[in-house]
Design a protein around this ligand. Structure first.
Ligand SMILES: Cc1cc2nc3c(=O)[nH]c(=O)nc-3n(C[C@H](O)[C@H](O)[C@H](O)COP(=O)(O)O)c2cc1C
Length: 306
């Protein structure tokens, strides 16, 4: 039997047969034979998630997964600490809690651009989020200058102007509702007025009601093949929001962009994003022009302990 496969390389000279890799493998594709770890034959390796648990757990550094990119541990803004942090050790929960509770959606930005290296750092942290069946089929499209952000902003604004024109049509709304398509009527009742006001402010007062003046945007999408593309994108976005705060950046998720890009596929074409991809999250970011004095509360959630 091969010790290695196209997915997992096991160095038999280093392997001591301790079995740690067998314990942590989620797919049961590593076994011990003659006190040495063996990867399953390539025919079974389709089950390998390439998650790297075996490689991370091996005390002898005997395992390598060629698909994993060590370059993702390179950061421009800080020196990474490559040591794994065991649960309960390292970062005090108090500090993490303060970070989680201090992050706010930023709606006032300085004009200072965000360096491309900083955006890359954020993406390197985003991809350490979990993803369904470890598909990691996310894509990141950065708009790193205000003029690029405005290309997207104008396309989204044009989409909502068109939607508002349709929604103003009483007969169209009611006719669609009669045949069961109630989306336009729902939009009219819940969003039409605020979108109309926002468009007016954008056009007459030069206020950026979409991106709040942010000098950069990261669009997080998925390529075909992801089992949970939306969840993956939002978990990646969560990493970006928190990491950005530690780097002095403010962020805001912009749901209107996702809605417009889902309904009008020509917008992503304008940005050079392949038609096969779908955008699930838009993160506006930049250096904040606002400060807060305190952490506030949240609404009381429903908590059940069954
Ligand atoms: C999926 C999603 C979409 C959002 N879309 C927008 C948006 O289009 N514009 C905006 O200003 N804020 C948007 N937000 C930010 C929320 O309004 C914000 O998270 C919420 O008010 C709580 O405030 P906080 O993030 O400061 O804690 C969005 C948030 C989420 C999670």
């Amino acid at each position: 039997m091969n010790l290695t496969s196209a997915f997992v390389n096991i160095d038999p000279d280093r392997c001591t047969g301790c079995g740690t890799c067998v314990l942590v493998c989620p797919s049961d594709i590593i076994s011990l034979e003659n006190r040495t770890a063996h990867a399953a034959p390539d025919t079974d390796m389709a089950r390998c998630l390439q998650c790297g648990h075996c490689m991370a757990a091996c005390p002898e550094k005997a395992i390598d997964i060629p698909a994993l990119d060590p370059g993702l541990q390179d950061f421009s803004a800080f020196d990474p600490d490559p040591a794994w942090m065991p649960p309960g050790k390292g970062l005090p929960t108090r500090e993490l809690a303060r970070l989680i509770c201090s992050r706010r959606s930023c709606r006032n930005y300085k004009e200072t651009p965000v360096a491309k290296e900083t955006l890359r750092d954020l993406i390197h942290l985003a991809v350490f989020a979990p993803s369904g069946t470890n598909s990691q089929a996310w894509t990141f499209t950065c708009l790193a200058s205000r003029s690029d952000v405005l290309i997207l902003g104008n396309a989204v604004k044009a989409f909502f102007k068109g939607l508002n024109r349709k929604a103003e049509n009483f007969l169209l709304r009611k006719a669609l509702a009669l045949v069961g398509a109630k989306t336009l009527d729902h939009y009219y009742r819940n969003y039409y007025e605020s979108v109309r006001t926002a468009i007016e402010q954008m056009e007459n007062e030069n206020r950026d009601r979409l991106f709040h003046g942010a000098p950069a945007v990261i669009l997080i999408g998925s390529s075909p093949g992801a089992s949970c593309p939306k969840e993956d994108a939002l978990l990646a976005a969560g990493n970006i929001l928190l990491a950005a705060h530690t780097m002095g950046l403010g962020t805001c998720l912009i749901g209107y962009v996702v809605a417009a890009m889902a309904a009008d596929r020509s917008i992503q074409k304008k940005l050079g994003i392949p038609d096969s991809e779908t955008i699930h999250a838009a993160v506006a970011l930049g250096y904040p022009n606002e400060t807060y004095q305190r952490i506030t509360g949240r609404k009381r959630p429903v908590i059940r302990i069954f």
